[in-house]
Design a protein around this ligand. Structure first.
Ligand SMILES: *[C@@H]1O[C@H](CO)[C@@H](O)[C@H](O)[C@H]1NC(C)=O
Ligand SMILES: *[C@@H]1O[C@H](CO)[C@@H](O)[C@H](O)[C@H]1NC(C)=O
Ligand SMILES: *[C@@H]1O[C@H](CO)[C@@H](O)[C@H](O)[C@H]1NC(C)=O
Ligand SMILES: *[C@@H]1O[C@H](CO)[C@@H](O)[C@H](O)[C@H]1NC(C)=O
Ligand SMILES: CC(=O)N[C@H]1CO[C@H](CO)[C@@H](O)[C@@H]1O
Length: 619
């Protein structure tokens, strides 16, 4: 063979190899180039056939190494995909079985009582009371009998309106035992809001806690409205599914002790927390109200291994002075949702918590996600290798209006890795895992459902939240519905800015929102900062902020107030703040305006306000 044609062969082989590795296998350049170099050098002898035989061996070894390293970098993702798939399958089969056997939560609880009998089921921090599984069972039987005596029957709705009490779980369970559905009412509600809530729930009666009336154990008020029967069985399967996904997904055991200081009228406290007791036989410590200063003391006292968090709770814990108990506990996992990425690592390190079990999912959502592999900052994972096992995806939206962006064929456009999009879940009506039961009110349901999302003619549930997915399938929360605003042509995520500002301001409560300024395109950023002690140094704040945030994300207006309003689940309330805007005559708090020419915040008075409105003062 002549030298020339031999060289040509080598070149052709290299090109073919390049083609295969880069385009077919999709390896990055830094893996492809060394492979080709090795091949090229290896095949550099004088007898092509002889050399070729030897090179094939080297080439195969080289390919083997590449494949191994490829598999290794993805091994976590493989593991995660298969474990997520097996958890889903397991929960799905269990739900099927429970539906087939017509099992309800009380029936499942009966098995739990059978297995765990005299083990402690609930501990009530505050009174120190302990109930065993058997006692809880007996108490709920008494409730069920009492309700039956009073003429309640399957399908009736009864509103439960009481503070976190020892009796809460028992009453709820007792109602479930005779098929009476509980409408859990936020006990912070008063007057009109309370009446409204009870009315829309179609409740036939209300059970008050004794602390809200008088000395009676509980008081039943029967209103004139008739109950609206619902398929209680579905409600039970949903309760089971939520509790079980968390239990199996995060590999909990019945020996764990869970600390639950969340409100019991909310699904996080009642299902994700107490559900572990009723269904899986775990001991659950219930605290009447979240207390940042007592949190770790309680965990030490009761040997808690799992703590639940929600909303801003983690930040309140970080805000506390250092105390010994914060590292002396046995907590191995923090379970919840809403941990901000800006404090994630600090939270794990300071309190010595090995695992953050962050999950995502509204009660009625069919796109629950979980961060099953302790990935920093992620709220969930959806396998890119086995995407068919869980039909959810991110689709392109206008982040400000949340409107879906559709392709020429009218179908939504899936996002690429790294591209923010709204999380949607396909609705498959005959699959109990993916049904959409909707809300009681029909109009509310319509807003949550869109058609032609995955393919033409299908329907999907809209989560209303914007997430970002990386190439492996980890999902990161970006912003909530309508919270993103546009300023200077850029999208500002209020969640991100809140996290950054709060970190710069020693973990103060910071609420960020966009306000309209006449004549200006988009919305200007405004931050409400809770600063009861007037301890903010504005000059230092501006310097730090300039380093941490791009110009368009820096709040144009600041409002310092004693405290910001929160919901019962520790989320900020923005509606009133947005409405008050930056008008000094409407707001009695201190207001500031970012004077970009001077690079500092100046007090916002009537005169400045007028010159901003008239456009004289440039933003
Ligand atoms: C916590 O664990 C310790 C040691 O295992 C034990 O002595 C103590 O009784 C436990 N406390 C509770 C409340 O279970
Ligand atoms: C889908 O949404 C419905 C809403 O009610 C829910 O019942 C169902 O469990 C959800 N499916 C999944 C997979 O989350
Ligand atoms: C802001 O979001 C919209 C869609 O929501 C997108 O079209 C636009 O490119 C985004 N702008 C930037 C600067 O990212
Ligand atoms: C907080 O809530 C109270 C009671 O609803 C309301 O009067 C007050 O204006 C709210 N404060 C702010 C800053 O929105
Ligand atoms: C378990 C628990 O915290 N129970 C409390 C519920 O509320 C009443 C009245 O506010 C308290 O007396 C209980 O101790």
């Amino acid at each position: 063979m002549c030298v020339h044609s031999f060289r040509m062969m080598r070149l052709a082989c290299c090109t073919a190899l390049l083609f295969v590795l880069r385009l077919l296998v999709g390896l990055p350049w830094y893996q492809v180039l060394p492979a080709i170099l090795i091949f090229y050098l290896g095949s550099g002898g004088w007898n092509f056939l002889d050399i070729f035989a030897k090179t094939v061996v080297k080439w195969l070894m080289c390919l083997g190494i590449i494949i191994l390293s490829y598999l290794f970098s993805y091994s976590n993702v493989f593991f995660c995909s298969f474990s997520a798939a097996s958890v889903l399958l397991r929960v799905k089969l269990n739900v099927r079985r429970h539906l087939r056997e017509k099992n309800t939560i009380p029936k499942i609880f009966a098995e739990t009582v059978h297995r765990h009998g005299d083990k402690t089921a609930l501990i009530f921090e505050g009174t120190g009371e302990r109930w065993t599984f058997r006692q809880l069972d007996e108490y709920s039987n008494r409730v069920a009998n009492l309700l039956l005596e009073r003429g309640f029957k399957e399908g009736d709705v009864v509103a439960l309106f009481m503070e976190n009490r020892s009796q809460y779980v028992g009453i709820w369970l007792g109602m479930a035992k005779i098929g009476v559905e509980a409408a859990l009412i936020n006990f912070n509600l008063r007057l009109d809001a309370l009446v409204h809530c009870v009315t829309i729930s179609n409740a036939k009666a209300v059970i008050f806690g004794s602390e809200l009336t008088d000395d009676r154990l509980f008081y039943i008020y029967t209103s004139g409205t008739t109950g609206m029967p619902k398929a209680a069985i579905v409600v039970h399967s949903r309760y089971y599914r939520m509790a079980a996904l968390v239990y199996y997904g995060f590999r909990m055991t019945s020996d764990d002790v869970l600390y639950d200081c969340l409100p019991l009228y909310h699904s996080a406290g009642n299902i994700v927390g107490v559900g572990q007791c009723l269904i899986h036989g775990m001991t659950v410590v219930i605290r009447k109200k979240f207390s940042a200063s007592r949190f770790w003391d309680d965990c030490v006292k009761y040997n808690c291994t799992i703590v639940q968090y929600i909303g801003e709770i983690c930040r309140y814990l970080l805000n506390q002075p250092v105390r010994d108990t914060e590292r002396q506990h046995r907590v191995r996992m923090a379970l919840g949702n809403g941990l901000r990425q800006s404090i994630w690592e600090e939270f794990m390190n300071r309190f010595n918590i090995p695992q953050i079990a962050e999950f995502y999912g509204a009660t009625e959502c069919n796109c629950s996600l979980g961060n099953f592999d302790n990935k920093m900052g992620a709220c969930g994972f959806n396998s890119q290798i086995l995407p068919f096992i869980y039909p959810i995806r991110l689709v392109r939206v206008d982040e400000e209006t949340m409107e879906l962006i559709r392709g020429p064929d009218g179908v939504c456009i899936p996002c690429k890795p790294g591209e923010p999009g709204q999380l949607v879940g396909r609705i498959i009506q005959n699959d109990p895992l993916r049904r959409f039961d909707g809300y009681v009110s029909q109009t509310a349901t319509n807003k949550k459902i869109a058609h032609s999302v995955f393919k033409k003619g299908d329907s999907a549930y809209l989560s209303g939240d914007v997430l970002i997915m990386d190439k492996y399938g980890h999902m990161y929360f970006k912003d909530r519905t309508g919270d993103t605003f546009r300023w200077k042509g850029e999208n500002v995520s209020t969640t991100e800015v809140e996290g950054t500002l709060s970190r710069l301001l020693d973990m103060k409560d910071v609420v960020v929102y966009g306000v309209e300024v006449p004549g200006a395109e988009g919305k200007a950023g405004m931050a409400a900062i809770a600063d009861p002690s007037h301890s903010t140094n504005l000059e230092k704040f501006v310097k730090d902020m300039e380093k941490a945030l791009p110009p368009y994300a820096r709040p144009v207006f600041l409002r310092f107030l004693p405290e910001v309003n929160k919901t019962g689940t520790f989320k900020f309330q923005k509606t009133e703040l947005r409405r008050d805007s930056f008008d000094p005559s409407a707001v009695s708090d201190r207001l500031y305006f970012l004077d970009s020419s001077k690079g500092r915040y100046v007090q916002l008075d009537e005169e400045l306000y007028r010159s901003i409105l008239s456009g004289k003062c440039k933003l």
